[in-house]
Design a protein around this ligand. Structure first.
Ligand code: ADP
Ligand code: MG
Length: 683
């Protein structure tokens, strides 16, 4: 009997399945399959049709076939290593079943004499006799065999036969769940229920049928589940009541007098978003997303000064000391002199640190710039109202929630990310946050000119570099990561350093992964102070640091990088007023496909467009290493193939939020799709 609405069956572990012993369970556990639901997503890759039983005279050599036979005689050889043989026949001919490594008792049991038995396996011809060696299936019950058997990409240690048995019993017992979608959504998927969709998913005729209604429905379920969780988190954060921050235009006017440019439309728009949140009575949890060089810092600093004017403290957290210092120096320059700001650095003298910590506690400091050190327990704010976190894309949903909690109820949170990603990904990754996007670049910016060059033309490049150095410019020389070996990676930079150092003695600095953090910061500071002209490095140079004097970046073996990554690297130059260039070096002539990729880079400077193209070319998993960064991995849904479904889910969620609809109806969906824990944690 089917368990109506009982999703507990799907969430139960594998112990109750027949055919799953301790060993199988261990094997599956290693593959992160712990309950029945997990097993549903391991899809058949191909299948074997054993449905048609043939007569012996119709058998085809070399193919997997099914045949009904009667065993007539056993031949158990007395010599070791010779196989056991059973002579079998039907009314049209004879066939032998051959068993290697088998016991007599076993053979007698599965192939008793003079009984009709169905066997299935590959048929061969030996000394003019048909034979079947170690038949895959032998049974007196032909219905078990005469069917289509799915092939799954099998985990070592589990046979196809065992696996099919497991999946088939699950499908047979699949509960019929109450529909969680409304009729309007459901009709988009031609009314495919969850239950029927799962059955179809495992039906071999549907292998690879990604465009069918059942498949889309299941993908949509998954997307919606993840968006619902995000929506709940967002609602939960919105419910936190805080004191409104009261300020006027003073900060904006003051800072605009200090800088020699106007804000772009997108900068203004983002600032309005942020100010609205700050003034409101609910907590801000917002992402400010904008390409490298789009001018996020100034937006953050103006909003920070607003908060200070509203008599709250502000903390800015940067990923590195240099970045923290750079922001601090800028603030020092543009903030009114009566505002007390400090840089809390791990390099500060102890006494200095103690002073800052004390003054933060006593509300003597208005704003502190630091690294993640700001989260130490001993650092206590008197009246923290705003945390700004620069250049992050590595926090997961949970960590962000912790972060927001840590600041206390009055603390608004702004995350800044310089990683432009396609909309569907932003929805999936940052769905728990409100998002402001700076898409437009400051208009004084000259586009970085992008060239491609063959490695054999290095002499030309050196000539170019010489000229740039004479003009007082600085150069980044990026060697690619060599994935196979960290050692090679390191060597390639060292070799390039040696090569360049001969040509430009004392003008070249070297950075790679083996250099420790402090030394790295020292080298970068020296480069920033123009003590070197060329910096040879792997891709470890921080994205956010402003090197206004560096206007050439040379990227070796550029086809090793994805488009987004090349774009990020390119963004490290062109921050000053001079024309900047990016030279992509290639080992050999470019393929048509590679040319297409490079042309995208040459023709556009919009990180969002580039990431969109990049994702289409490489899939989202590879995009800037998102797979490793705690981003939810969808089982079926794909941000490229199912783009429309992502937008559909977003629309549905917005509608639910607007109408304040309860998520009760989606309880089963959320429980099943492994999101319920997060909901419980958070809501
Ligand atoms: P990012 O978004 O990468 O953090 P920054 O805030 O570091 O970018 O800005 C890069 C550079 O652009 C800085 O030198 C900044 O002073 C300058 N800048 C920011 N906004 C504008 C603007 N509207 N017009 C001209 N220059 C700007
Ligand atoms: Mg920045």
């Amino acid at each position: 009997m089917k368990n109506k609405n009982n999703y507990d069956y799907l969430l139960s572990d594998l112990t109750n399945l027949s055919g799953v012993g301790k060993k199988t369970m261990e094997i599956l556990k290693k593959k992160k399959v712990t309950n029945i639901f997990d097993l549903l997503w391991r899809l058949p890759k191909s299948y074997t049709d054993r449905s048609l039983a043939r007569k012996i005279e119709e058998l085809q050599i070399g193919k997997i076939q099914t045949v009904k036979i009667i065993a007539t005689k056993y031949q158990f050889p007395r010599i070791r290593n010779l196989p056991n043989r059973v002579n079998c026949e039907d009314e049209t001919g004879k066939i032998d079943c051959i068993f290697f490594n088998s016991y007599e008792g076993y053979v007698r049991k599965i192939l008793p004499l003079n009984v009709e038995i169905t066997i299935s396996g590959k048929v061969s011809l030996y000394k003019n006799r048909y034979q079947m060696t170690n038949p895959t299936y032998i049974s007196q019950d032909n219905s078990i065999i005469e069917t289509v058997h799915n092939k799954y990409s099998l985990t070592e240690g589990i046979t196809e036969k065992a696996y099919n048995k497991i999946i088939n019993q699950i499908l047979k017992n699949l509960p019929i769940l109450d529909e969680w979608h409304n009729q309007k959504i459901l009709s988009i998927f031609n009314d495919e229920s969850w239950n029927s969709s799962i059955i179809k998913l495992h039906d071999p005729i549907n292998i690879g049928n990604y465009k069918s209604d059942f498949y889309k429905r299941l993908a949509y379920d998954e997307i919606l589940a993840s968006f619902l969780v995000n929506s709940e988190i967002r609602k939960k954060i919105k419910k936190i009541k805080k004191d409104s921050k009261k300020f006027n235009n003073e900060a904006y006017d003051l800072i605009l007098k200090e800088i020699n440019f106007n804000l772009t439309k997108d900068q203004k728009k983002s600032l309005i978003d942020i100010n609205k949140d700050l003034i409101s009575k609910s907590k801000m949890f917002r992402l400010l997303q904008g390409d490298v060089g789009s001018g996020k810092t100034i937006v953050a600093l103006i909003s920070a000064l607003n908060v200070i004017n509203a008599k709250f403290q502000v903390a800015l957290m940067a990923p590195t000391e240099i970045l923290a210092r750079q922001h601090y120096i800028l603030a020092k320059k543009i903030f009114p002199k009566n505002i007390n700001i400090e840089l809390l650095s791990s390099k500060s003298e102890n006494l200095e640190k103690i002073r800052i910590i004390n003054q933060l506690k006593n509300n003597k400091i208005d704003m502190v710039f630091s690294t993640h050190a700001i989260f130490q327990k001993k650092i206590i704010f008197s009246n923290l109202g705003y945390i700004i976190i620069d250049e992050q894309h590595k926090f997961g949903v949970r960590q962000r929630k912790l972060l927001s909690d840590k600041g206390g109820k009055n603390c608004d949170v702004l995350l800044m990310s310089a990683t432009p990603i396609p909309r569907t990904l932003t929805m999936s990754i940052y769905g728990d946050m409100d998002v402001s996007i700076i898409r437009e670049k400051p208009n004084n910016r000259k586009e970085v000119k992008t060239y491609s060059k063959l490695e054999s033309k290095i002499e030309d490049i050196i000539k170019f570099v010489k000229k740039e150095i004479l003009d007082g410019n600085q150069i980044f020389w990026v060697c690619p990561l060599i994935e196979e070996s960290k050692k090679l990676d390191h060597e390639s930079t060292v070799n390039k350093f040696k090569f360049l150092n001969k040509i430009f003695p004392n003008k070249v600095a070297l950075l790679h992964g083996k250099i420790d953090k402090d030394e790295k910061e020292e080298i970068l500071t020296k480069f920033l102070n123009k003590e070197y002209s060329i910096l040879v490095s792997t891709t470890i140079i921080e994205v956010g640091i402003d090197f206004p004097n560096a206007n050439v970046i040379i990227i070796e073996n550029a086809n090793k990088f994805g488009l987004s990554q090349l774009h990020q690297l390119r963004g490290r130059v062109g921050r000053g007023s001079k024309q900047a260039s990016c030279i992509l070096m290639f080992k050999s002539n470019l393929s048509t496909n590679a040319k297409k990729r490079i042309n995208i880079l040459k023709n556009t400077n919009d990180g969002f467009d580039i990431s969109e193209e990049d994702m289409k070319l490489r899939g989202f998993g590879d995009l800037l290493g998102f797979k490793q960064s705690g981003v939810k991995n969808f089982r079926l849904a794909d941000p490229i193939q199912n783009e429309k479904l992502f937008f559909l889910a977003e629309k549905e969620i917005k509608n639910m939020e607007k109408k304040n609809l309860s998520i009760e109806k989606y309880k089963a969906l959320l429980k099943l799709y492994d999101q319920a824990d997060i909901i419980n944690d958070i809501v």
